[in-house]
Design a binder for this molecule. Sequence first.
Ligand code: SDX
Length: 429
Amino acid sequence: MENVTIKFEDSSDIELPVVEGTEKERGIDITELRSETGYITLDPGYGNTGSCESSITYLNGEKGVLRYRGIPIEQLAEKSNFIEVADLLINGELPSKERRGRFAALLTDNALLHENLKHHFEGFPWNSHPMAMLSAMVNALSCYYPVLTLTHRLQDLEMAAAILISQIRTIAAFSYKMTRGEPFIYPIPKHTYSENLLHMMFSLPHEHYEVHDDIKHAVDRILILHADHEQNCSTSTVRMVASSGANLFAAISAGISALWGPLHGGANQAVVEMLLKIHKGKLDVKKCIEMAKDKDSNFRLMGFGHRVYKNFDPRAQILKGLAVKVFDVLKKTDPLVEIARELEGIALNDPYFVERNLYPNVDFYSGIILRAIGVPKNMFPVFFAIGRLPGWIAHWHEVADNIHSRIDRPRQIYTGYTERPYVPIEKRS
Ligand code: SDX
């Protein structure tokens, strides 16, 4: 691969190697830049900066391509299931029948929280946000599996992954029950992963919640579509925590916190809150689009735009179709759907959005589907976290298992005071 040359005003120059990925994307390796020239690069938001080389997920924002370990998301959404996709992301290959059965059994055997963990929920106020509880409880979980906080060897990783993937679902359901003052409902071993999530949320001691096959299937697709997305904010957080040598549970807890932000995984909740505001306020949709274009208004069209996708988000396209199916199965209508469609129709033809490549992203429709199923909006980011967990585990392992990994420690351009003396308090103004 050829080098690139950077020329400096003092006529010195430096040659830097070019690296090329398996999909022919190229990067300039600046590892030696500072030691050779004293310069660093500056890239707020890392829009042009590769933090690592990774073999887990490939996405092409210009072409709307998303593949987990080389397999297109459209094929996985149509033919696979969430637990098989989790295994694919973590281990790199689609599991054999034997391995798939073993991993599923590990999830079933590890679905229950240690009974002492249940008391932690009593310490949260009834109106706590479930993402706060999820992040706290995942770290608390590590106290019950100390041996797994030290591991990055693959065979232990399978057990750690099974415990986390199975129990994040139980923690999520128990968090929901706690906010409603309802008794915790335990998983049923013969249920599938998504079926048990809805069962533990919506069943009552005296009334079993029957999960409709199409709804179980829809939730499983939602989790598949959220399972990984290369170096997004929360995954980069998990990788950064992993780079310090911190354990898997600590890294996942940090990832949950990063995902919670409304510009990231909290956007699905923000989308429905935006649609509810328009519906309840009987706001004019066209005026809302104008507000979204007005920098002085604090109104942003949530669920629109993406740092990487510049034509369409392939996940949003699949979710849009899933929404139609879910509403058809549930024989429901929701005024928010019509508002969403109207917003999308206007925005996709408005030069402001077209020029800035702003299209519906994964969060635009996911919340509407979960709302139709009866999931409250503060649980939407929790469903995102449950889906993203296998990707986070795979990325943590890619860092922890790499003997060449270094601790992440970015540089900065300092813009504060130059040197100045300490001033005793009596001399301060
Ligand atoms: C996720 O990275 C991932 O992969 C994330 C994710 C994953 O799977 O992990 O895909 C999940 O987080 C999806 C994104 C969910 N967030 C939202 O829906 C929130 C609304 N969207 C925006 O806040 C924004 O589009 C981001 C955060 C998604 C992307 O932000 P960028 O890349 O930093 O873009 P920007 O803020 O620099 O915007 C560029 C321009 C600006 O206008 P100008 O200064 O050029 O005039 O586009 C405008 C922005 O004002 N803009 C929007 C807008 N998003 C960007 N204007 C109105 N409404 C919006 N939604």
